[in-house]
Ligand binder design. Structure first.
Ligand code: CUA
Length: 334
């Protein structure tokens, strides 16, 4: 009995010490969203449980190793223990209760991270190998994610190729971006500052570099940025020509599949494409003129180039003007 009391006391003392030690390691970055609050709360509960379980295993183990060690002159075996129903029922029921409680708390926290705010702003997220682009309510696109503080944003996310995963550690929540469907993620930033979105799903050679800036600012600063971007997008459209086309190509991430140096990637190279004779998968040939290129941008599967697969390139939602400028840009790539 004396041994049990000592072990219980040691566990009671060690548990808070381990918890404080784990907490001091600061493995979590700062908490920058409303959704991070329930996640961190849950995390702290887990750390408490882990500290207790660690003490529960290690204290009796080390205590037994020291106190019941073989002393000088001892040679016999220890007396075998006998079955204990009470012990077995105890170590079955207590973990069962704990796991059930944690399952409930986990489900509750998950619900908290998905609460819908009525004034949520919708931003489109496009992921592809290996970049992010963001489409704002005004219709313009940027490679930076700008968010006003204290307003919920609903991210509508699509992938152009493989599975990616949207993750800003400071916001805690994470969501896969899956080709062929739209996934949702709700974030309410609560701290202004500069963060980074990174891809959290191994998606190929440059997965590690699939990083873009996330800027959380005041509502006024955000609105000013939107105004600038809207004006810049309008100016680009008004300017037209190859320069505008190049800008749309960059925004759409076309370079991930189409090289400018003649090398073969997922799609045909653009170098010297305009005006060339292209052999299609059915053996016929076609001249890469304005009509062919326009059709291939709007309906990529209409004519598939020999040596390439159909169904790989998505249909890009570009306006007639934008397509015209992109074709004008392709014409410049000799
Ligand atoms: Cu995209 Cu990893």
């Amino acid at each position: 009995m004396r041994h049990f009391v000592i072990v219980a006391l040691l566990i009671a003392v060690l548990t808070p010490l381990i918890y404080v030690g784990l907490d001091a390691s600061h493995v979590m970055p700062i908490e920058a969203s409303a959704q991070a609050v329930p996640v961190d709360w849950m995390w702290n509960m887990d750390m408490g449980a882990i500290a207790f379980l660690f003490a529960l295993v290690m204290v009796p183990l080390i205590y037994a190793l020291i106190v019941f060690r073989r002393r000088k002159g001892e040679s016999g075996d220890a007396e075998p223990g006998t079955d204990s129903k009470t012990l077995e029922v105890t170590w079955t029921v207590i973990p069962l209760v704990l796991v059930t409680v944690f399952a409930y708390l986990g489900a509750y926290s998950l619900g908290e991270t998905r609460l819908v705010a009525p004034n949520a702003m919708e931003i489109g997220v496009t992921a592809h190998q290996w970049d992010w682009s963001f489409t704002y309510p005004g219709g313009f696109t940027s490679n930076e994610l700008h968010l006003p503080v204290n307003r919920q944003v609903l991210l509508k996310m699509q992938s152009l190729d493989v599975i990616h995963s949207f993750w800003v550690p400071e916001f805690r929540v994470k969501q896969d971006v899956v080709p062929g469907r739209t996934t949702d993620l709700r974030i309410t930033p609560t701290r202004t500052g500069d963060y980074q979105v990174r891809c959290a799903e191994l998606c190929g050679a440059s997965h590690t570099y699939m990083i873009r800036s996330v800027i959380v600012s005041s509502e006024a600063t955000y609105q000013a940025w939107v105004k600038d971007q809207t004006a810049a997008a309008a100016a680009l459209l008004a300017q037209g020509g190859p320069a505008a086309g190049q800008a749309f190509v960059v925004q759409s991430g076309c370079a991930a599949c189409h090289s400018l140096d003649g090398s073969k990637l997922t799609g045909p190279t653009w170098r010297g494409l305009f005006g060339s004779r292209v052999t299609l998968s059915d053996g016929t040939t076609v001249t890469a003129d304005e009509a062919y290129l326009t059709e291939s941008i709007l309906d990529p599967n209409a004519k598939v180039v020999r040596g390439f697969q159909a169904g790989i390139m998505p249909k890009f939602a570009l306006t007639d003007d934008q397509v015209k400028f992109v074709v004008a840009y392709l014409e410049t790539l000799k």
